[in-house]
Design a protein around this ligand. Structure first.
Ligand code: FA5
Length: 343
């Protein structure tokens, strides 16, 4: 009972926010309020069902419903303020009543929307954005990142090679070096790099050959794992518009030391256990660690003075969670029935 109800609440949250984003004018706000927040609205109906749950489930579902109510109320107030503050010219003044109606207008891809959202979050924390080439020199993709020749990531099965000896980058980590060496950055600095990456592997609902990662790295004299934890918590909490907790597990990546995997508390079930998190209450989100001294040396940075963290995580995975998408392959499918839901 808990799982369907918390999932229904999450769906309601996503749907209501989406509908509010699409509200074209002041007049469409009141019907939205009645539909979602009204006394007989959708949220009120779900809240009624909470009383039928057993005590522990009732508590977590109740907390979730309260959070959603607050979020939707705040979002509604903010949207109303936008319409109040920006009185746009009446559309008829510009449109010309005799013109035929516009057919369909294009819109941004859900991954582009997610990348913009991420860039805003990190810009507020003082990060700059760097870009790197998609067709990469193996030196940047592997060698300078301390990835030795025998590492599995260099195997033919994972990497697309070009006839001229380049590779399609398998991750966004090469931008760490590109940013420092090509942009002549000197520490302290904080950089993100969102972008497309490619892996020659078989695809399924959670694996694509072409997907998107976010790389972030911060170098300074006193940057520690505590800074990393703070940045990541802020990133996920802002992205999903709810408070999340994170945990680190030891892991190995040749370009960091120590390295870890980062898990986030499941935002679908609020850690009650559901199919998305495999009933563990946690979701695996990214690889991370403290930048390896060899990588700092390759950046011509004095590793005895400067240190920092780096992380790389899938953007598609984030967008899937935010929009309740169950197959990563939909993003690259070009299917309009899927894409038009984000217009
Ligand atoms: C890396 O790519 C490391 N460069 C991350 C890193 C950066 C570690 C900086 C330490 C410091 P990994 O191979 O685990 O790590 O991929 C990172 C994320 O990309 C995964 O957590 C997952 O979200 C996403 N991902 C990996 N493979 C795929 C795939 N085939 N399809 C969709 N997403 C994928």
């Amino acid at each position: 009972m808990t799982e369907p109800l918390t999932e229904k609440l999450q769906h309601l949250r996503t749907e209501a926010k989406h509908a509010l984003d699409k509200a074209a004018d002041q007049d469409s706000l009141e019907p939205w309020r009645v539909k979602y927040l009204g006394r007989k609205g959708q949220l009120a109906r779900l809240i009624k069902d909470i009383s039928q749950l057993d005590a522990p489930a009732r508590k977590s579902a109740g907390q979730l419903a309260n959070t959603i109510k607050q979020e939707l109320t705040q979002a509604f107030t903010a949207r109303a303020a936008v319409f109040r503050d920006h009185h746009s010219a009446p559309a008829t003044a510009l449109s010309g009543a005799s013109l035929p109606p516009a057919s369909s207008v294009g819109h941004l891809h859900p991954i582009t929307l997610s990348i913009r959202r991420i860039q805003h979050i990190f810009a507020r924390m003082g990060f700059i954005v760097a870009e790197g080439p998609l067709v990469e020199d193996p030196a940047y993709n592997f060698d300078l990142l301390n990835i030795p020749l025998h590492h599995p990531a260099r195997a033919e099965t994972d990497t697309f090679h070009t006839a001229s000896g380049s590779v399609l980058r398998t991750h966004t980590s090469p931008v760490q070096l590109r940013a420092v060496l090509a942009m002549n950055l000197t520490p302290p600095f904080s950089v993100i790099s969102p972008g497309r990456v490619f892996r020659s592997e078989s695809t399924d609902a959670s694996h694509e050959h072409t997907f998107h990662q976010l790389e972030a790295f911060m170098v300074g004299e006193r940057v520690t794992v505590a800074d990393f934890k703070g940045v990541v918590k802020k990133y996920f909490s802002d992205f999903f518009e709810q408070n999340v907790t994170t945990r680190l597990r030891p892991s190995y990546f040749p370009f960091v030391e120590p390295g870890f995997e980062v898990d986030m508390s499941c935002i679908i079930c609020q850690q009650a256990g559901c199919s998305v998190c495999g009933r563990t209450g946690w979701l695996e989100m990214m690889g991370a660690g403290m930048v390896h001294p060899n990588v700092l040396k390759n950046m011509n940075i004095d590793h005895t003075r400067w240190q920092g963290f780096a992380f790389g995580g899938g953007i598609d995975r984030l967008a899937m969670l935010r929009h309740h998408i169950d197959d990563v392959r939909l993003f690259m499918s070009g299917r309009l029935d899927f894409l038009n839901q984000f217009s």
